[in-house]
Design a protein around this ligand. Structure first.
Ligand code: CA
Length: 520
């Protein structure tokens, strides 16, 4: 008996080494930026920006057009990546909850398979990472300049430079240092393009004179919509701050009563300016002063003010994205130069989508497609057909199972997602799952989006704002911008009933008990 056990143990050991049947296990680089909307990637939409390096991944790999998250906000998306579970299971429902790092996550499961593992960049889960061979993380959501990083010893250090560059360089440094006889998995998590949108100067120089097309719904108001639309505070016009978020020099606003920045706004602006490299600060100030002079001169109000705020928002946000694209280029070059490209899976995604002026909004949170959707592009030479596109509904609970499956590791039963590997390799075109589940919880001072449950199918989306007992139904084929709530439509009552049944089934499947009671 002892002999048999020993034999099984050694057979198991042999299989988990990298030199096992099927050759070297693939390396995996998972790159996740923060708040990077699909529309700000030219592989998805060419209207705003050119992202040649992310596009290269799409050209050489697979682009998912219908990748979604289960709770569109920063920390929950990260907990879902680590656990393959929806928020109610992994415990991180909002941005304020500490993730219990003693939980088993994808990291030790990969390490058990012989992988070198690293987490570098935005962590945002209050605790420190566990189960990684190496980590270096931003405190909280981090800063763009003079990037503070928490090291494995628990020290906070300042790395001079721009966060996207710093995080990329740290990641490449780690790749330089590891033993290449082992496969590696690198989680490279950017801060950008999260607010406060501070670009690298070279990209602000390029972008601050560009004019971007306005979304058709930019000037919409909330008339005719439900409580969630009326209560949200995501408005570019009235919520986004001119100094702290958009970088208009506050001195140009001081004598305009309706735009006069408060002390907090000025303090944020000054703190960000202070972090900038001294030799660049003057040029940043000039650009923010140019915008301020325009405000002084025109004194825009209402729609006119929104027109300018939208352009400045897009200029700053897209200039932040330009650095992300440059970072992807550096990573891909590194893989080429070190003959690693062929056996390295590169995944690019964001923690969720982001409003770029649709409905007049910025931020995320809603189960509406703009924020529920996330970019997802995967390259694996020799395994994924170059230039392929998937329209299958996939979700971020699937990321952990997919990574484990690629690594030839067993996917634990407690993970709630499914492996996308059969889609990636072309073995399957679809998944048996017909609907995606969504649950948003956080109702704090930031953006005041009412908690909701939702179910998204191919054609319809049903949303339940349960604290106000309001339902919304959208026909995603006829109304992809989700402007017309059909919940009262007599023609839709059969589909509403069916979707409510499907929503209840999903709640049972995922074992979500909040809110308690029936959903009627
Ligand atoms: Ca985010």
């Amino acid at each position: 008996m002892r002999f048999i056990l020993a034999f099984i143990f050694f057979a198991d050991m042999a299989f988990s080494q990298s030199a096992k049947p099927g050759g070297q296990r693939p390396n995996i680089i998972y790159i996740m930026s923060d708040d990077h909307d699909n529309d700000a990637i030219s592989a998805y939409n060419k209207r705003f920006i050119s992202t040649p390096n992310i596009d290269r991944l799409a050209k050489e790999g697979m682009r998912f057009n219908r990748a979604f998250v289960g709770n569109s906000i920063c920390a929950p998306a990260r907990a879902t990546l680590l656990t393959g579970q929806h928020s109610h299971k992994n415990g991180v429902k909002d941005n304020f909850t500490r993730f219990d790092s003693s939980k088993i996550t994808i990291a030790p499961l990969l390490r058990k398979e012989g992988y070198s593992t690293a987490m570098i960049g935005k962590w945002h889960l209050q605790s420190y990472p566990a189960g990684f061979d190496y980590w270096r993380i931003l405190p909280g959501m981090g800063q763009y300049f003079d990037t503070r990083m928490i090291t494995m010893g628990g020290d906070t250090i300042i790395e001079k430079g721009y966060s996207t560059d710093v995080i990329t360089d740290d990641a490449l440094q780690w790749l330089n240092n590891i033993d290449r006889h082992q496969p590696f998995v690198l989680f490279l998590h950017h801060k950008a393009p999260h607010r406060n949108f501070v670009p690298a100067l070279k990209y602000l120089e390029q972008y601050h004179t560009k004019i971007f097309p306005e979304p058709p719904t930019l000037y919409n108001d909330t008339a005719g919509h439900g409580s969630a639309w009326r209560i949200q505070t995501m408005s570019i016009l009235s919520v986004m701050r001119l100094c702290g978020d958009l970088k208009v020099d506050p001195q140009y606003l001081a004598d305009i009563p309706e735009l006069k920045p408060d002390a907090d706004d000025i303090a944020t602006y000054n703190a960000i300016m202070k972090r900038m490299p001294e030799n660049q600060r003057q040029r940043f100030k000039e650009i923010y002063a140019e915008r301020g002079q325009l405000i002084q001169q025109l004194r825009p109000k209402g729609k006119e003010l929104l027109k300018y705020k939208y352009q400045w928002y897009m200029q700053d946000y897209l200039a932040c994205v330009a650095s992300i694209d440059e970072s992807i280029g550096k990573v891909l070059d590194y893989l080429d130069q070190h003959q690693l490209a062929k056996n390295t899976v590169v995944i690019y995604t964001s923690d969720q989508g982001f409003y770029l002026g649709e409905n007049g909004w910025f931020d995320k949170r809603f189960a509406y497609d703009v924020s529920m959707r996330t970019p997802l592009i995967v390259r694996w030479p020799g395994h994924i057909q170059p230039g392929s596109v998937s329209n299958t509904l996939v979700q971020n609970i699937d990321f952990a199972p997919t990574i484990l499956d690629i690594a030839r590791a067993k996917v634990p039963e407690w993970m709630q997602g499914v492996s996308l590997l059969p889609l990636l390799t072309g073995k399957q075109k679809t998944l048996p799952r017909k609907y995606l589940y969504y649950h948003y919880y956080e109702f704090g001072k930031d953006h005041t989006v009412i908690p909701h449950l939702a179910i998204r199918g191919e054609k319809y989306k049903l949303i339940y704002f349960y604290t106000v007992n309001e339902w919304e139904l959208y026909d995603l084929e006829k109304d992809p911008a989700e402007q017309h709530n059909l919940i009262q439509s007599p023609q839709q009552q059969a589909i509403i009933k069916q979707l409510k049944t499907e929503l209840k089934k999903l709640r049972d499947l995922y074992d979500d008990h909040e809110p308690a009671g029936e959903l009627n």
